[in-house]
Ligand binder design. Structure first.
Ligand SMILES: [Zn+2]
Length: 97
């Protein structure tokens, strides 16, 4: 493990996130951070609303950019049933990605 692969948990993680799982959770924060070193993700969109706009391709955004966005993984993992099925053409066809 390289030093840049460390996740250091500060008091905010324990005191201010809403719970272990679910929306704005500690699990979601760990998923977000893990995608940075596993998937080399960045911060194209931050926050659930911005991630949904990115995923839906509204306002000129590109849903393919979700692949490189850490918060997209977080919000999908926290509440997967609330996101559109990528195979129902709401987000296009994943086989084209
Ligand atoms: Zn981040």
């Amino acid at each position: 493990m390289e030093s840049e692969d460390l996740i250091i948990l500060c008091p905010y993680f324990f005191n201010d996130l809403k719970g272990a799982v679910g929306p704005e959770s500690r699990a979601g924060a760990l998923i977000h951070e893990a995608t940075h070193f596993i998937g080399k993700t960045g911060h194209t969109a931050v926050g659930e609303f911005a991630c949904r706009i990115l995923a839906l391709g509204e306002f000129g955004s590109d849903p393919k950019r979700c692949i490189w966005n850490a918060d997209s993984y977080r919000y999908f993992a926290e509440d997967p049933d609330s996101w559109p099925n990528p195979h129902d053409n709401a987000m296009g066809n994943l086989s084209e990605w």
